[in-house]
Design a protein around this ligand. Sequence first.
Ligand code: ATP
Length: 972
Amino acid sequence: MRRGRLPAGARAIPAAPASARTERSADRRPTCRGAAPVTDPSLAATSEVAAILDVSLTHGLSSPEAASRLSAHGPNELIRERPVPVWRAILAQLRGALISLLLVAAAISFVVWVVDGDASLPFDTIVIVLIVLANAALGAAQETRARHAVEALRDLTAATAAVLRDGAVVRIPAGEVVLGDVLVLQEGDAVAADARVCAAAGLTVAESSLTGESEPVLKSTATMTGPATVGERVNMVFSGTAVTRGTGRAIVTATGQATEMGEIAGLLAATPHDPTPLQRETARIGRTLGLAVLVVAVVVMVTVLLTSELRSAEDAVTVLLLGVSLAVAAVPEGLPAVLSVVLAIGVQRMARHHAIVKDLSSVETLGSSSVICADKTGTLTAGEMTVVRVVTASGEATVTGTGYRPDGRVEADGQDLRDSESDLRTEVALVLQGGSLTNDATLRNVDGAWTVEGDPTEAAFLVAEQKLGTRDARAARFSRVGSVPFSSDRRLMTTLQSDASHSGRVRVVTKGAPDILLERCTELQVGSHTVPLDEVRRARVLADVDRLSGEALRTLAVAYRSLDVADAPDVDESIESGLVLVGMVGIIDPPRPEAARAISDARRAGIRVLMITGDHPRTAQRIAEDLGLTGPGARVLTGLDLDALDDRGREAAVRGTTVYARVAPRHKLQIVDALQAGGDVVAMTGDGVNDAPALRSADIGVAMGVTGTEVAKQAAAMILTDDNIATIVQAVREGRGIVDNIRTFLRYLLSSNMGEVLTVFVGVVGAGVLGLRGAAPETSVVVPLLATQILWINLLTDAAPAVALGVDPVMEDVMARTPRRSTDRIIDARMWAGVLATGGVMAVVTLATIDLSLPGGLIPGTGSLTTARTCGFTVLVLAQLVNCFTARSERTSAFSHLLVNPLLWGAVGLSLLLQVLVVYVPALNTAFGTSPLSLQQWLVCVGMASVVLWMSELRKVVARARQSPRAAADRP
Ligand code: ATP
C-alpha cells in the first residue's frame, strides 16, 4: 500500500484503511459507522486521492479489499437507534394509567389480605399480577414484531450504488460502499457517500437536501485552490444528494456518519413512522371509549356500593377490583400495536408479490386509490424492444427475429440487405450505425441468453446493427468524444464521434423522437448524398411516423452532421441543429400479457387506469386499444395540450381522458394535480429523476424497481420489483384486504368488549332482578362476573384470535367494490350499530345463563352462585370465540368463509383449551372462582353462546335483503 501526501490543510490517512477511522470520530462516537480519512479531498488532485486511498481509477477496488475495508470501518450507514431490551419493552407496557390503577388495586387487595391474616393465598392479587404481566409481554411482543417488520421493510428498500469493482461496474447495496470505491454516477442516481469527482460529463447534482441551494450544481474534476464551503466544492459529490443530469465517476472519501450528511444528522434516530390515518382514527376511538368505559366502571362500583351492605374490607376490595378490571379489559389499549402488526404483516405479504410499500400508511391509501396512472413503456408493455422496421428516403426495410438475440435479417422485398449495394442499404446502415453510436447500452450473452444492461430502446439498435453485420466496421471507425444525454423532456440524445476515416473531422450523431428531431434537420440523406429537407419531404417523413405509430410501433429517427475538429463547438444541446435526417426505425414493444387482465380487474374495482407516455400519440392510442384501455379512436391528450389549458380546463380534461402521449415529467405533475383537484386518490408510476415531483405529489408514488432510478425509488411510496401494472392492481387488492381485516378485527374487538361491559353493567344494575342477591347469602357483594374472570376473558380473546383475524386472506369480493373514499370513517354508523347489537346479545345470553343456573333455575346442576358464574363466564368466552367468525362481515354469512384462516382456528382452539383448564383444574378453580361443569351444562353454554351466531346471521339476512344492488358491491 502506498502513502500519498495531501496539500496543506489536508490530513493524510494512516498507512492502512483498516486504521483509517479518524481519532476524532472514534473518540466522539464510539459506535460510529463509516470513516473519513481525508480531511478535505477537494484540495487534492484525483491521482493523489486515489493513491492515498490505494485504488485504481480504471479497476476500482478488488472485492477482497472492499470486504476488508467494510469490516474495518463498518457499513456506510447513519447510526440507527439501539434496540430496546425486552424488560424495558415490557415495562413500557405497564406504564398506562389504567394498568397502574389495576396494580394499585391489586396492591390494596394484598394489603387487606395481610391485615386480615387470611390463611389461604391472596389469589386475586396473584392472578391479577400474572395476567397483567402476560398482557404486557404480549403487547411488547407485538410491538417488537411490528418494529422488526418495519425494519425489514427498510432493508428491502435500501438504496443501491453502482461502483467499479475488479474492473467491472457492479450495483451493490449503498451500505456496502467503502472508502476508495469508485462510484459510477448517472442521471437519477442517489449519491451514496462523499466522493471526489474524478470524471464528469455534464455531471449535475441536486444538493438542496444538504445545502438548501435549489439550483443543481455542475461538477468538475478540477482541484480547488483553497478551502471552500460544501456548496462551493464543485469537485466533490456528497451523500444524500442526487444526480440530475450527465454521468461521472468519483472516489469515495467518506462514508456513513463521517459524511457531510452524517455530520448534519448527528445521531440519527430511526425515523419514527408517523401514525397512519387508520391508526390515528383508532387511537381517537380508543380514547373516547376509554372515557366511556371509565364512566361505566364508576357507575358499576357506585351501584354495588349502594346496593350491597359491605361486610368487610375484602368486600370493598372486590368492588374496587371489579371496576378497575372492567376498565382495563374494555379499553382497547393494545389496539395501535395490533394495528401496526396487521399492517406490517400485510406489507410483507405485498413484498412477496413484488410490491414493496415503504410506509404503512400507504397500504391504506392503496386500498382507496381511484386512479392508476401507468407509464406505458415497461409497465403496460413488456419493455423488450425490437427494431422491426427501418424507413428511409429510398424505401423501407424489415428486420426479422425477436428479443435481444442478434439472429435475424434486415431485408427489403425478401432480399437480405447484407449483400445489397442499394441506396436503401446505405441509408439503413447509416440509421442503425447512428442509433448504435448514440448508445449507452450493452448486450450480454450469458450462457446463451441475451440480456441488456442499459436502455432497451438503445439495445434494440445494437441488435439490429448486428443483424445487418455492420457493427465491427462502425466500432473500428468511430469513437465517442462527448455526449448530450437523453432526457424525457428533450426526447433526444446526441454523441460527438471522432471519425478514424476522416482525421480532423468529428461527427455529431443524434437520435430521438422523429417529430422533435425533424425540427433540427435541414437535409435528408438519399443514398450517399444529401438533399434539402423541403416541405414535401418533411410531410412524407411525418406521414411515415404516423403510419408506423398506427401499427403500435415506437418510432425513433436518426440524424447527423460532420464538422471540422477545429469548429467543434461545446458539447451541449446547441450542436443538435442543421442536421441531416437519415431515417427512422419502428420498434415493437408488445403489451404485457397480463396487462389487459389487470386493467379489466381495476375497472371492475372502480379504478380508472390511465396510460401516460412520452411516445407518439398514435403509438399510445394503438397500444391503449390493444390493451382494452380505450375503444378505437379515443382522444389522446398531449403534453402541449395540457400546457395550453388552465387548472380548471385540465381538471375537466383529465376527467374524460385515458391516454396521454408526448408528455414530459412535469406534465405528470399537472395530471396528478388535476385528478386530485377532482377528488381522485391517485397512484402514479415513474422511473426517472424528473418524475420525482409527480411521485411525491401523488397519493401513492410508484417507482419501477428494475428500470427506475434511485431518486425515483426514494421519492416513491411503493416500489415494484417487476415494473408490472398487474402488480399495482394486486397491491391495491392487498391494500383493500388489509383495510377489511382491520375493520373485521375492530368489529370483533369492540363488540367483544361491549359484551363484557354490558354484562357487568346490566348484571350489577339488575342484580336483584337476576336473583343474584338471594343466591349467595355467604357474600353481600353481588356481581355477575369476578374481576379475575373479566381479565381472563380479555387476555384469552384479545390476543391470539384478534391477531389471527388480522391476517385473514383477502376476500374474493374486495375488487368488486368501488374504492373506499379516504374520508370514509373506518368505523361507520352501521358498524357501531352492529357492535352494539352483538355486545347486547352477548350480555343477554351471559346473564340469562347465570340467571337460569342459579338455585331454582332451569339449568340442571348444583345451582350455586359459583357454578352459575362459571356458566356465564364460559358463555361469554364462547360467545367471543363465535364472534371471531361473525365479525368478518356485516352482510356475508359467517359460514361462507369458515375455513379460510387455519391460524384463526388454531387461536380459537387454544383459547378453548385454556378455558377448559380454568373450569377443571382445581388450583385454577380457586384462582378464578370457578367450579367444574357437567356435560349438560357445557351443552347449554355452547347453545347459549351460539345465539350470538344466529342473531348475527339474522341481521345479515335482513341487511342483504335491504341493500340496493349497487351498495351490495360497496361494503363487505
Ligand atoms: P413511458 O415510460 O412514460 O411510457 P416512454 O419510454 O415511452 O415513456 P420516453 O422514454 O420519454 O417515453 O421516450 C419518448 C420518446 O423519446 C420515444 O418515443 C422515442 O422517440 C424517444 N426516445 C426514447 N428513448 C430514447 C433514447 N434512448 N434516445 C433517444 N431517443 C429516445
